[in-house]
Design a protein around this ligand. Structure first.
Ligand code: BGC
Length: 349
């Protein structure tokens, strides 16, 4: 047991980064880096017992630095989109970086948590790492000094538990997620269209042409967004549906059938050939189901693999996107001095 620490290379400012490797009693292996508090690799047994890496990623830190896509990254202070790139907090409007369509904000802009080198503390006995940092006042345009941590734990029952905790000295936005791209057949081994997915959501948030939520929560009933019975992703991804066409596939927030703070199983993914199943549990109210529609065609992944469109799927647990502009969406505003806590578990069967 224990946690192995190795070098993950240097980023251009000269900072060294590390890779942390831990293995549980079943041989399942998790690798994370302090660069972006990123989940780099996850070796999971299939039905034949063979271990395969089920997340997309890169071999060293400079590939993460140079290539977009947020592979495995911790995204914050606010993940997903903000229409118009602004937020009003305590009656004051704050402008955010406009890194999408020249006017919107995506994943908190070009200087996100995914590009920071985090401090870390190891708990070797429990196969757990706590990454932490102080996100200073006005970082990414958000007010308040935000003390945050992200703790990854590899459990003995083949789950990766991710816990977020933070406290800010000013009201701010707190909405963090993990951006892993899963392919349960193995990273680099084709598209995820044959994966079957179940999502416990009666509704999803409708988007406009720039993928910003309009505010409408549309029932999934009789739409390609109905995953309340497990369904092949490819079954309807090409349907003549305005919402699918706008996003080039699924790239939508599902309004989960649960309350904020309640820990519940919300999604399941099954890959028929390997027999792997992943269950997703979360305390969050929303999950962005993204089918990798914008993965750069022909980009280089880990171990000489080449990635193409739809080679991975994300289930990014979070508050609804652009919630700061929609009164009917639960607010992601964190009050000064109050704790931000959120937990998500990816469990493999
Ligand atoms: C978004 C996608 C985006 C991807 C990578 C996802 O969270 O929903 O639209 O392409 O992140 O930035």
């Amino acid at each position: 047991m224990g946690i192995k620490v190795s070098s993950f290379g240097r980023i251009p400012c000269g900072k060294e980064t590390s890779l942390f490797t831990m293995v549980n009693k079943n041989g399942m292996c998790l690798e994370v880096s302090d660069y972006g508090a990123t989940l780099v690799s996850l070796m999971v047994p299939g039905k034949d017992g063979a271990l395969t890496d089920v997340v997309l990623g890169y071999d060293d830190v400079m590939d993460y630095w140079n290539t977009g896509g947020y592979l495995g990254a911790t995204v914050g202070r606010n993940c997903n989109r903000n229409g118009g790139a602004n937020v009003t907090i305590q009656e004051k409007q704050y402008e955010l970086p406009k890194n999408e369509n020249g006017k919107n904000n995506l994943h908190s802009g070009p200087d996100g948590y995914d590009r920071k080198v985090w401090d870390y503390e190891l708990d070797e006995e429990n196969l757990s790492i706590r990454f932490s940092r102080l996100s200073p006042d006005m970082e990414q345009g958000y007010p308040g000094n935000f003390e945050i941590s992200v703790t990854y734990t590899l459990t003995q029952d083949n789950a990766v538990k991710i816990e977020y905790h933070g406290v800010c000295d000013h009201d701010t936005v707190a909405n963090m997620t993990n951006h892993s791209y899963f392919n349960l057949a193995g990273q680099g081994k084709g598209t995820i269209e044959n994966h079957e997915v179940w999502i416990d959501a009666d509704g999803f948030t409708v988007i406009d042409a720039e993928s910003i939520p309009t505010g409408e929560i549309r029932p999934v009933e009789n739409t390609p967004f109905d995953f309340r019975q497990r369904k092949r992703i490819g079954a309807e991804i090409g349907a003549d549906d305005e919402q699918l066409i706008l996003a080039g596939g699924y790239d939508h927030n599902f309004a989960l059938n649960k309350k904020e703070g309640e820990m519940k199983k919300v999604a399941e993914v099954f890959e028929p050939e390997s027999g792997r199943t992943m269950e997703v549990f979360t305390t969050c109210v929303g999950v962005q189901f993204y089918t990798g529609n914008f993965i750069t065609e022909g980009s280089n992944g880990k171990e000489d693999t080449i990635y193409q469109k739809r080679y991975g799927l994300c289930l990014e647990t979070q508050f609804f996107p652009d919630a700061v502009h929609h009164e009917n969406f639960q607010s992601p505003i964190l009050k000064a001095g109050e704790p931000y806590d959120s937990t998500t578990i990816y469990k493999f069967l």
